[in-house]
Design a protein around this ligand. Structure first.
Ligand code: RFL
Ligand code: PHB
Length: 389
């Protein structure tokens, strides 16, 4: 098979990029290791920045999101007795959209066929070849046969564990990493949310987040030690802990229900530089990971893809390779700012086992400052809605 751009991974980064390039008549093939159902079964992000909403609009795939999504104009930071409202709308004139990553993925998947976006699911042993030069290719196994896709470029949109980043030689790539000493235990349930806005709570038992997917579906998280097992957390234990950590007002409004999904995700900050090597580009989680506290992961995948699609369209339409040359630096400049925000909000809202009394006093002082300073709240709000492209 021959194509212009071979895309590895059919998560949000791969599907968004595929659609944006197809919209301009550029040939693409997407290869995905998992089945479509498996990809849709992964419960992840819930908060979309303008950059993600705008890309779906640009693709004319935003109808369901505009109908079913919930625009949010604020959220809360809670710390013991203190409840700090970050009024995003007042502070920035903007808002974010609560609409699940699963739904974004479904909308992109549903439109694939009619828009000529070929996605090959259940592709085994995906491997990248000759990425340093101008004639790279991808091989994979499917139905007991080896297949080969020759391309002008390869886009590595295969998440943190995919093969793309590893195709860049160690002598070229640099990694920057912080692993946090805890994870998030998430629960999804068909119950109304306890509050109409998200609540991020710092409690002595650890962090908790009250989020949602709709007016009838809630998503909650609690900070747990890394060695904790989902099996040790029957639904009732999670609801009890949420009630304690989120405080009496939220607890009074919290409806308990059976978990539709329950999982533990470790927290990490990670950046790989550069995001381009020869004919290979990295986008999304393949190049960087943020702890979910700032709701930035999916939105960073979107901004990478916005930059990369422009660069590739410029190249294929006008023979102009400037965007391709600058992609890595341009994308990384935004990545590092989101890394900083996600790291600082994680630092502020979690209990770190080794931070002791001094670390806790720093958190209290910072939260006190945020509560008393509009400038501080504005800085949080403008990062939360997403920095401009
Ligand atoms: P994905 O979604 O991981 O997709 C990568 C795809 O590549 C496939 N793949 C392969 N394909 C072929 N061959 C191989 N060898 C392959 N290896 C892997 C995978 O099967 C997969 O389909 O990466 P992408 O597209 O870069 O998207 C990134 C986002 O998924 C991620 O950043 C967010 O989910 C992070 N995140 C959040 N982001 C937000 O913007 N807002 C949020 O509110 C938010 N909440 C979250 C989150 C992530 C979480 N977890 C579980 C890590 C909450 C949680 C709990
Ligand atoms: C979610 O609803 O899954 C969610 C919301 C906000 C975050 C992280 C996750 O910061």
């Amino acid at each position: 098979m021959k194509t212009d751009v071979a895309i590895i991974g059919a998560g949000p980064a791969g599907l968004l990029l595929g659609h944006l390039l197809r919209q301009q008549g550029i040939d693409v093939v997407v290869v995905e290791r998992q089945s479509a159902d498996y990809v849709l079964g992964r419960i992840r992000a819930g908060v979309l920045e303008k950059v993600t909403v705008d890309l779906m609009k640009q693709l004319d795939l935003s109808d369901r999101m505009m109908k079913e999504g919930l625009p949010h104009e604020g959220f809360y930071l809670a710390d013991g007795e203190k409840l700090i409202h970050i009024n995003i709308a007042e502070l920035t004139g903007s808002s974010v959209m609560v609409y699940g990553q699963t739904e974004v993925t479904r909308d992109l998947m549903d439109a694939s066929k009619s828009r000529g976006l070929e996605v090959i699911y259940k592709a085994g042993d995906v491997a990248l070849h000759d990425v340093a030069g101008n004639s790279p290719y991808v091989t994979y196994q499917k139905d007991g046969q080896e297949h080969r896709i020759d391309a002008r470029f390869i886009a590595g949109c295969d998440g943190f564990h995919g093969p793309s980043r590893k195709a860049i030689p160690d002598t070229v790539g640099k990694t920057f990493e912080r692993v946090y000493p805890f994870g998030w235990l998430g629960i999804l349930a068909d119950v109304p949310p306890c509050n109409h806005e998200l609540i991020y709570a710092n409690h002595s038992n650890g962090f908790a987040l009250a989020s949602m997917r709709s007016s009838t579906r809630s998503r909650y998280y609690i900070q747990v030690p890394l060695d904790e097992k989902v099996e040790d957390w029957p639904d009732d234990r999670i609801w009890d802990e949420l009630a304690v950590r989120l405080g009496p007002d939220a607890a009074a409004n919290m409806t308990r229900g059976t978990a539709l999904e329950k999982s533990i995700a470790p927290l990490r900050s990670f950046v790989f530089e550069p995001m381009r090597y020869g004919s290979l580009f990295l986008a999304g989680d393949a190049a960087h990971i943020v702890p979910p506290t700032g709701a930035k992961g999916l939105n960073l995948a979107s901004s990478d893809v916005a930059y990369l699609s422009r660069a590739l369209i410029q190249f294929f339409k006008n023979g102009n390779s400037e965007g391709i040359e600058t992609y890595s630096d341009t994308a990384l400049a935004r990545v590092w700012k989101s890394e900083r925000f996600s790291w600082s909000l994680t630092q502020l809202m979690h209990r770190f086992p080794d931070d002791g009394a001094f670390g806790r006093r720093m958190q209290v002082a910072e939260l006190d400052y945020i509560a008393s300073s509009e400038a501080a709240r504005k800085s949080i709000a403008e990062n939360y809605i997403g920095l401009p492209l």
